[in-house]
Design a protein around this ligand. Structure first.
Ligand code: AMP
Length: 415
């Protein structure tokens, strides 16, 4: 038997219903914050991700699904595609600030584990066109509002500012000097990153490196007064809104395009993969991708991880609508009558069904119960001859005689 590819999920009906509910709620909140939906292709030119996420990041260096001689790549994230679409379709000409959201699948060739898949759903937002600190505060509060709306309050929001690419240059020199002293104790990955992407070492999860980093120089100390002032205003605004946060000077995140404000929300209800969402400013990216210099900020969150938290909380999903009526049929003619009647009832938006296997009355009743049908109606030769059938209310077993020649009789009896 052929099985699904490693790291992918079959979303079976029970979970598809949950997911639809979650996605609809998320849409409502984005709409509430006046963000508009954008959808982009499942794959893009590989160069887009190389140029934006950065060649030395984990994603670009080892996790991309590329094909056609590396020309195309299944999207591993949405910020670059959204910005590509923003520029390609001149969205900046429509309004000076563009607020977009998306819900879409992403693809990363990672080592699968609980909460980490090779195909996974993300929702997120991008606000393009303003450097104002209020946009940072809105983006962070929007991401947290979504979690809160599901009753997820047991979270830690970490915030940092990582300055501009220029501001980071002198810090990186100092960090490299510091880490060079401990070179022999660094992991193979960190030794490599020391050359390619030293900032990434800051979020090491290895005890020995965490210890080494305790006395490392702090990026914040290297930032300009303007960057620090922006950060202070973001934090003050979050306080005004009532968002709890922790400043984490080591939070750098895994994309090269981030500048200034970065943030991440973690949950203790997740295992090793405890990040629910992450985001930040990327004020240089739009220019890098060929646009005019345009500041922007965004976040992305994983749908599976959100649902994992909800499952852990025993979240009460609204029950799906049950069947209104199930037709139990005996014989060919009754079956034909049922199919036609179902068609007419469904046109009136009534959820109904019947048996397709010519089963016994008992088996059909069992099926009706399984679907928790509100009513059943048995139709056989006698009923067709007399034109009258018994409509049974399943909750109390009471029956009513209904003339079945005119469908309106039935509709008014069951509604
Ligand atoms: P990132 O785009 O890496 O900043 O991730 C943003 C969010 O997407 C994370 O906080 C997770 O919730 C989710 N996420 C990232 N990678 C995966 C993955 N491989 N599987 C499931 N969810 C993921």
């Amino acid at each position: 038997m052929i099985q699904r590819p490693r790291g992918t999920l079959d979303i079976l009906p029970e979970n598809a219903v949950k997911r639809l509910f979650v996605e609809n709620k998320i849409r409502d909140i984005f709409d509430n914050f006046n963000y508009q939906e954008i959808r982009t292709p499942s794959f893009e030119k590989t160069a887009l991700f190389k140029r934006s996420i950065g060649e030395e990041t984990d994603i670009v260096s080892k996790e991309m699904y590329s094909f056609n001689n590396d020309e195309y790549t299944l999207k591993p994230e949405m910020t670059a595609p959204v910005i590509r679409a923003y520029l390609e379709n001149n969205l900046y000409a429509q309004s000076p600030v563009t607020k977009l959201y998306y819900i879409s699948n992403m693809y990363r060739h990672e080592n699968p584990q609980a909460g980490r898949y090779r195909e996974f759903g993300q929702f997120g937002a991008e606000a393009i066109g303003s450097f104002d600190y209020t946009v940072d505060a809105e983006m962070i509060s929007l991401s947290i509002r979504i979690l809160n709306e599901f009753g997820i309050n047991d979270i830690i929001t970490k915030i940092n500012t990582i300055g501009s690419i220029d501001e980071r240059k002198s810090y990186i020199i100092s960090l490299k000097e510091y880490l060079a002293k401990y070179y022999d104790d660094l992991s193979v990955d960190s030794k490599r990153r020391l050359e390619t992407n030293p900032l990434r070492i800051l979020d090491s999860k290895l005890d020995i490196e965490i210890e080494i980093l305790k006395d490392a120089p702090i990026l914040y100390d290297f930032l300009t007064p303007e960057t620090k002032e922006h950060f202070t205003k973001v934090l003050d605004t979050l306080k005004d809104i009532g968002i709890k946060y922790e400043v984490d000077y080591k939070l750098v995140r895994g994309f090269d395009y981030y500048t200034s404000t970065t943030f991440e929300v973690v949950s203790n209800d997740l295992g090793a993969q405890n990040a629910v969402l992450g985001g930040g400013r990327y004020d240089a990216l739009i220019e890098q991708l060929g646009g005019n210099p345009t500041p922007a900020i965004g976040f992305a969150s994983g749908i599976e991880r959100l649902i994992m938290i909800l499952d852990k909380m025993n979240f009460n999903y609204p029950a799906a609508d049950n069947l209104k009526i199930y037709f139990v049929t005996i014989g060919e003619e009754a079956k034909r009558f049922a199919v036609k009647t179902l068609y007419d009832l469904r046109k009136q938006n009534i959820k109904c069904d019947t048996d397709y296997l010519n089963r016994s009355v008992k088996a059909q009743m069992r099926e009706a119960n399984k679907f928790q049908s509100e009513y059943t109606m048995v139709v056989g030769e006698n009923e067709l001859k007399s034109g009258i059938s018994k409509l049974k209310k399943m909750s109390d077993g009471n029956t009513t005689d209904i003339g079945i020649q005119n469908i309106n009789n039935l509709i008014s009896a069951i509604l």
